[in-house]
Design a protein around this ligand. Structure first.
Ligand code: GRF
Length: 239
């Protein structure tokens, strides 16, 4: 290599963005993120998976993928604040660029949320702001809605209330029950979550005040929407 070439060479930031994933259960969303990483589609590396449930199957998924898997059982702490303090330490030890809640079933303290504000996202099984909280599929069926789905959003102090980044909808059919609806929504969760993570790690998504932006432009209220057609095509489903 000549000097000229060396002089013209601009070193790129070769640091791979770091992701810490928090889970409480089976971890199918975690698996979708691991699969995306293994296909070089995540835009970063999952450096640790932390579960507040010691025997969560998602921890095995992490270990199988060679990812640091940490059990931090919340019942070993005397208060929510004490647990969250311990959790902050474990998360920070891994120096994440992004904290991902993937079925993490604990309400976080304002201190935890503030610590990672703007670099923490969650996936929720409804078209937010509809059906914040639990039992989303059951409630959607009881209401007889025609459209249901899932959302990825920035985590703020309002439970399931932060600005939405990406959504995918499914049509509710007359023969749906809670299980069938949940299964169909999950397939969409697995599509949009890795996309949202990648966009964040590419620096495209930001939280500015209570507004999410993509490439510097305000996102619409429901975030970016994955169309029925694109999801069905990706999943090889008949429409
Ligand atoms: C998903 O439905 C997610 O939306 C919700 O918790 C569930 C976790 O499922 N927050 P899994 O552990 O990723 O399979």
């Amino acid at each position: 290599m000549s000097d000229d070439t060396l002089n013209g060479f601009t070193p790129e930031d070769s640091r791979i963005p770091r992701v810490v994933v928090l889970i409480s259960g089976g971890g199918t969303n975690l698996q979708a993120l691991i699969d995306a990483q293994q296909h070089d589609e995540l835009g970063g590396e999952i450096v640790a998976v932390i579960s507040n449930v010691a025997d969560a199957y998602g921890l095995k998924r992490a270990r199988d993928a060679g990812i640091d898997a940490v059990a931090l059982p919340h019942h070993e702490y005397e208060s929510r604040e004490a647990f969250d303090s311990a959790l902050i330490k474990v998360v920070e030890r891994h120096e994440p660029d992004l904290v991902v809640l993937a079925g993490f079933m604990r309400i976080l303290t304002p201190r935890f949320v503030q610590r990672f504000l703007g670099r923490m996202i969650n996936i929720h099984p409804s078209l937010l702001p509809a059906y914040q909280g639990l039992h989303t599929h059951r409630r959607a069926l009881q209401d007889g809605v025609s459209d249901h789905g899932c959302s990825v959003h920035f985590v703020t102090e309002e439970l399931d209330g932060g600005p939405v980044l990406v959504q995918a909808a499914v049509q509710v059919t007359p023969d749906d029950d809670e299980e069938s609806l949940k299964a169909r929504v999950l397939t969409r969760e697995h599509l949009i979550f890795p996309i949202a993570v990648r966009w964040f790690l590419e620096g495209r998504l930001r939280l500015q005040g209570n507004q999410a932006t993509i490439d510097g432009h305000p996102l619409p209220f429901g975030g970016m929407r994955l169309s029925h057609e694109d999801a069905a095509e990706e999943l090889d489903e008949e429409e």
